[in-house]
Design a protein around this ligand. Structure first.
Ligand code: AHM
Ligand code: MG
Length: 341
């Protein structure tokens, strides 16, 4: 199907249905699942937008599985996505950043569901209370276990290469949903006047090169030497090629990633003394963005292998991440391996 500019402005649900034939198994189940994610995203967006007006900002006094304080909006977003995915009937279970264990949906319809979902319902928690963009990141896999039964951990511990859909929602100056099912990356902007996500960015491609680097510079001294050399390279213009990189870092992965996707750049969260495996979670932060960036022509690597080839051993595992424009990720990997002293 030619997903040309002719589809610009088309509502998400209609676009998903029109593109259904692009899936290997066009039965409508994945389409329904994505539509339900879109509905939950609109509800979360509504709460995010009025967050300063109602009592939904702040910390609820509970530490989540990652040892981080849960914010009220985190918990709200988590319950909205759980509710939407349970209601759609295509999903038998989910893994969420906000819950220690996998959640199995124990009703007849869901038990028969073909898919599992890994989700970070509200990423960028430190930015929730200060009005900086935040996001949702999700990844969809076909279950391995038999339909009709409860899902098990093996359904979740699949490598990113097995994803059948991946996406993110950015609650920013406008709200966007960006996703791929393996036939390009498509972006939909929420039109608040009609309450619909409408196609605004068709077949997104990340520039092969870029001028932005996004890293928490405060961690510089606890990065490996190779990473420090790469950052030095980014900081100081190359006198020959006159490359002049710009630093941009919000502390919200989705916002940093989205900007770099559109403008060209690299986001890195390497291992640090405190987080020896990096900070970001493989299953619901790195894998979905890795597939999106590769589908858009970029790269995602942990310093040694493609993010999507990592064989997961636990649902909340972390990994170093180097993601973005091809030339910059290749350059970072080169520095990692060749500039260790
Ligand atoms: P969260 O899932 O608790 O929000 O943490 C993930 C966030 C990412 O959005 C962001 O890239 C990173 O943590 C920022 O971490 P740091 O504050 O260490 O730079
Ligand atoms: Mg997160």
């Amino acid at each position: 199907m030619n997903m040309s500019k002719a589809y610009l402005g088309m509502p998400l649900n209609e676009f998903i249905i029109r593109c259904q034939a692009d899936f290997d198994y066009a039965t409508g189940e994945l389409s329904r699942l994505l539509s339900h994610i879109g509905i939950a995203a609109k509800i979360v967006n509504r709460e995010v937008n009025k967050a300063g007006l109602v009592d939904i900002l702040g910390d609820i006094g509970i530490i989540n599985t990652q040892g981080e304080h849960q914010q009220k909006l985190d918990v709200f977003a988590d319950s909205q996505f759980i509710q939407a995915l349970r209601a759609c009937g295509e999903v038998c279970g989910i893994a969420s950043e906000e819950n220690n264990e996998i959640i199995s949906f124990d009703n007849d319809l869901s038990r028969d569901g073909k898919y599992i979902v890994c989700i970070d319902p509200l990423d960028g928690s430190s930015n929730i209370d200060v009005n900086v963009s935040i996001g949702t990141i999700f990844s969809v896999y076909k279950r391995i276990s038999t339909r009709g039964q409860k899902p098990n951990i093996d359904d979740f511990l699949q490598p990113g290469t097995a994803q059948v859909a991946a996406g993110y929602i950015i609650y920013g100056s406008s709200t966007m949903m960006v996703y791929t099912t393996g036939s390009g990356v498509h972006g939909f902007t929420l039109d608040p006047s009609i309450g619909e996500f409408c196609l605004s960015h068709s077949k997104i491609k990340i520039p092969a090169d870029g001028s932005i680097y996004s890293v928490n510079d405060g961690n510089y001294h606890s990065f490996a030497k190779g990473v420090q050399h790469f950052i030095d390279y980014c900081r100081f213009p190359d006198p020959v090629s006159k490359i002049n990189l710009t630093a941009r870092y919000t502390g919200s992965l989705v916002a940093d990633f989205h900007r770099n996707m559109l403008r060209g750049g690299i986001f890195l969260y390497p291992a640090t003394d405190k987080n020896i495996n990096g900070k970001l979670r493989l299953m619901y932060e790195c894998n979905p963005l890795a597939w999106i960036v590769e589908e858009a022509g970029g790269l995602a690597n942990n310093g040694n292998i493609r993010i999507m080839e990592i064989k997961p051993t636990s649902i909340h595992q972390r990994t170093p991440l180097f993601i973005g424009s091809q030339s910059l990720v290749e350059k970072a990997i080169y520095f990692l391996h060749n500039k260790q002293s």
